[in-house]
Write a protein of this length. Structure first.
Length: 352
C-alpha cells in the first residue's frame, strides 16, 4: 500500500515517465532484497565455489572493521548475498549539454536531485540514453557493481562485488558503508568525492596493519590511478572553460570544440600518462569521451585534491576530519551560503 501511495503522489508531482522509472527501480530493489541468501547458509553450501565464500568472508571482515572503527550500527547490511543474473547490478546514464561539462540533474519527490539516473534494466538505460541523444544532449552510460541505499534497505552483498580483488573490495565496502554513515542531502558530487576519499584511505589504514605481501603493489596502482583521475578532472574543467570562452552558437560548433580538444589535447595526454604510470590496462584509453563522460569524472573526482589537503590539516586523522566536516555543515546550515563544498574549503584556505 505504501508503494502504491508513493506512485500516486509521484504521479501528481512528477509526470508519467518518472512514475514508470520509479516503479521499475522499486521492483529491481525489492528483487535484490527478496533474492538474498543468508551468508551462513551460503558458506555452508558445498556447491558454492571456495573463491566466492572467501570474498563473502572478506566482506564480513571489512564490515566488522568499519563498525569497530566508527562505532556505528550497521544492522543487517551485507548479512545476505544476492547472486545477479548480470555482471553489473545497475547501469548509470549521465547526460550533459553540448556546450557545457556539467551533469544534468534529475529530481524526484522526497529523494532529491541526482546528476545521473540508475537503471536495473540495461535496455531501459539504453533507451533513456538514446532518447536524450535524440533531444540534442550528450550522454554516457557505465555499469555499476555496487551502490548504497543509505540505510533505507539492508544492502546485500552482490555477486558483482566478486569482480574485485581483496584490496579493491575493501575500498568498495568502505566507500559504500561511508554513505550509510554520512550523506549530505542534495549534494551527490560532494558525497561521492568524500566517499571515494574515505574508501581509499580506510583501505590503506586497514592493509597497513596487516602483513599482506600484495599491499604495496595495490597501493602503487592506486596512486597511479589517482594521478590519472586528477589529470582527467583537470582536463574536464579546462574543456568547460573552453566552452565558456568560445561560446559555441550551435550544437555542431560545440561538438567541433569537443572533438578538437579530445583529439589534439586529451588523447595524447592519456596515452602519455598511461604509459608513464605503467597502467597497462588503461580504461581511460577506451571508449568515447564526451561532455557527459567528463562530467561523470568530476562527480567522483573533482574535490579529491581538496580532501587530501583537508586530511593533512587534521594530522592525517580520518575521524577528526569527519568531525570537522560535520561541524562545518552545521555552520553552513545557519549561513546564507548555497555551495557547501566552497564553504568547507574556503575555511580550509583561510586556516592556511
Amino acid at each position: 500500500m505504501d508503494f502504491l501511495k508513493l506512485l500516486l503522489l509521484c504521479l501528481l508531482l512528477s509526470g508519467c515517465a518518472k512514475v514508470i522509472y520509479i516503479a521499475e527501480q522499486t521492483k529491481g530493489q525489492l528483487s535484490l532484497q527478496w533474492n538474498g541468501i543468508e551468508n551462513k547458509k551460503l558458506l555452508d553450501d558445498v556447491t558454492v565455489p571456495p573463491e566466492i565464500k572467501q570474498k563473502v568472508q572478506l566482506i564480513e571482515k571489512y564490515k566488522q572493521y568499519f563498525y569497530e572503527y566508527w562505532k556505528i550500527e550497521l544492522g543487517g547490511i551485507y548479512s545476505k548475498t544476492t547472486m545477479l543474473e548480470n555482471e553489473a547490478v545497475t547501469w548509470l546514464v549521465i547526460t550533459s549539454k553540448w556546450d557545457e561539462v556539467k551533469a544534468l540533474k534529475e529530481c524526484f519527490p522526497f529523494t532529491g536531485c541526482f546528476p545521473y539516473l540508475g537503471f536495473f534494466n540495461k535496455k531501459s538505460a539504453q533507451a533513456w540514453m538514446k532518447d536524450k541523444q535524440r533531444s540534442g544532449f550528450q550522454a554516457w552510460m557505465r555499469p555499476v557493481y555496487a551502490y548504497s541505499t543509505l540505510g533505507y534497505f539492508e544492502d546485500r552483498i552482490l555477486s558483482s562485488f566478486f569482480e574485485y580483488d581483496q584490496y579493491e573490495l575493501a575500498e568498495l565496502v568502505f566507500h559504500e558503508l561511508f554513505h550509510v554513515m554520512y550523506f549530505l542531502k542534495n549534494n551527490v558530487e560532494f558525497n561521492e568525492n568524500l566517499a571515494n576519499f574515505y574508501g581509499e584511505e580506510m583501505a590503506k589504514e586497514y592493509f597497513e596493519k596487516s602483513s599482506d605481501s600484495g599491499y604495496l603493489e595495490w597501493k602503487n596502482r592506486l596512486k597511479a590511478s589517482s594521478v590519472l583521475r586528477r589529470k582527467i578532472s583537470s582536463h574536464a574543467s579546462e574543456l568547460n572553460q573552453l566552452y565558456a570562452a568560445q561560446k559555441p552558437k550551435s550544437q555542431a560548433d560545440g561538438e567541433a570544440i569537443l572533438q578538437s580538444f579530445v583529439d589534439e589535447k586529451f588523447k595524447p595526454m592519456i596515452e602519455n600518462e598511461c604509459n608513464k604510470l605503467g597502467l597497462n590496462n588503461c580504461s581511460a584509453k577506451k571508449g568515447e569521451w564526451n561532455n557527459a563522460r567528463f562530467a561523470a569524472m568530476l562527480t567522483y573526482e573533482k574535490a579529491a585534491p581538496d580532501f587530501h589537503s583537508l586530511f593533512k590539516t587534521h594530522g592525517d586523522n580520518l575521524k577528526d576530519m569527519l568531525s570537522y566536516i560535520k561541524d562545518r555543515e552545521k555552520e553552513f546550515n545557519d549561513s546564507n551560503q548555497k555551495d557547501f563544498t566552497a564553504f568547507l574549503f574556503s575555511s580550509t584556505i583561510d586556516q592556511k
